[in-house]
Design a protein around this ligand. Structure first.
Ligand SMILES: C[S@@+](CC[C@H](N)C(=O)[O-])C[C@H]1O[C@@H](n2cnc3c(N)ncnc32)[C@H](O)[C@@H]1O
Length: 393
């Protein structure tokens, strides 16, 4: 097959995957075209006001631009992108993955097993029975998720769904904790406060619990913005404090969450949760730089080099080792743990949730855990894990 035939096969497979609903996403990379700072394009399918669209995220060095196209425009746009500078594209479907790559003057096409066999292929905004309804929620308007009438803005559909998804997950976890009133909740690294507000709303207005919720954030602009919105919307026991996770006094906290707190900030958050003897600790880790650096220092010097010499493997090893050790340390301190993917990786690769639920029966295997921790560190050439160091284990 020549270059044009390979391209035609790829485009045909793309088009067919849209027709039979097996399409998951497309990513384009290795850009060598003329548009300055353009690096990748990521494409997913969305349903906007009942219209199926292809949503293209153009990733530049320092910003992202999102454009939505009709299906036929989107197919043409992918074809053009492959002729105008992108040298690799992967079509992910839930039947197979198809990669087209230009190497020197040749084009190769590779078909592999699907990496998303169960992925939901369609993003949609169908009116589900959401825990956080958009109407009559002034805070959602102030956070620019809805207009004044409670209609979710087109560009905030993803965020709105995400908020509800988090709250749904938390709602099932919260059912299992012993403290059911006078809850003290801390959201570490609360950022713009989307989830902090939604969780407060859910606890106090849906479950009708008494809850004091605090967002901890070191960016003063975010703290001021969130406190303003909390005040304007009458959320009297929701507040945001300016400061670091490390310095926050978490005494008495029942529920501690930290979503995408960078690198070791997640460890600081878990530490605050464990030392407060919180009933529930939920973290969505972000990057795993500390352990990545540790593994990298030793990667060429042992027989594991084949697992760490490629950037993507190193990244994944660092993630699994970091979060695996976090889960072990939670168990060491008497928490039952769960680790699961909470959102499709079509959205973000930062999609793992580490959950610790205080349990009277957990924590009996301390010696075993310490031995495993020691062996893991030796195996990967790790000098220390930040959470382990905080506890001086
Ligand atoms: C990626 S954002 C996530 C925000 C929010 N949790 C969410 O999921 O939408 C991480 C936030 O944590 C804050 N942060 C990171 N490290 C922190 C630390 N050590 N102390 C306080 N805030 C921190 C950052 O300023 C940022 O706003």
């Amino acid at each position: 097959m020549n270059q044009q035939e390979h391209l035609a096969t790829f485009i045909k497979a793309f088009s067919e995957s849209l027709q039979d609903n097996s399409f998951v996403k497309i990513s384009l990379g290795n850009y060598k075209g003329t548009e300055e700072q353009l690096k990748n394009i990521y494409i997913k399918r969305v349903l906007i006001k009942k219209d199926e669209k292809l949503s293209f995220t153009y990733r530049y060095k320092t910003r992202d631009i999102v454009k939505n196209f009709s299906l036929s425009e989107g197919i043409n746009a992918v074809e053009n992108a492959l002729q105008e500078g992108f040298n690799i594209a992967t079509l992910f479907t839930n039947k197979f993955d198809l990669i087209i790559e230009k190497l020197n003057q040749k084009t190769v096409l590779r078909k592999t097993d699907s990496s998303n066999p169960k992925a939901i292929s369609l993003e949609h905004d169908k009116a589900k029975n959401r825990l956080i309804k958009p109407q009559e929620k002034p805070y959602l308007h102030e956070l620019k998720i809805t207009d004044e009438a409670g209609n979710v803005y087109k560009n905030a559909q993803d965020k709105y769904r995400q908020i509800n998804h988090y709250v749904e997950i938390l709602s099932t976890l919260i059912k299992d904790i012993p403290t059911q009133n006078h809850l003290k909740v801390a959201d570490m690294g609360s950022g713009k406060g989307y989830l902090t507000f939604a969780l407060y709303d859910y606890l106090t207005n849906v479950l009708k619990l008494e809850a004091a919720v605090t967002g901890v954030e070191f960016r003063p602009d975010m703290v001021a913005l969130c406190n303003n919105i909390a005040q304007n919307t009458g959320f009297s026991t929701l507040n945001f404090v300016e400061g670091t996770i490390e310095d926050y006094d978490s005494t008495g906290t029942n529920i501690l969450i930290a979503l995408h707190a960078c690198d070791t900030a997640t460890d600081d958050a878990i530490y605050k949760g464990i030392t407060a003897n919180a009933d529930l600790i939920v973290v969505a880790p972000c990057c795993h730089k500390q352990i990545r650096r540790e593994i990298e220092k030793h990667k060429a010097s042992n027989e594991l080099d084949f697992l760490t010499k490629y950037g993507i493997f190193l990244e994944r090893q660092a993630e699994m080792v970091t979060d695996g050790i976090r889960a072990m340390i939670l168990e060491y301190f008497g928490y039952k743990t769960k680790v699961f993917q909470f959102i499709s990786d079509a959205h973000t690769p930062k999609n793992v949730l580490v959950v610790g639920i205080k349990s009277p029966n957990a924590g009996s295997k301390r010696e075993e855990i310490l031995a495993k921790l020691k062996a893991t560190k030796e195996y990967f050439g790790i000098e220390y894990h930040h959470l382990e160091r905080l506890f001086k284990l």
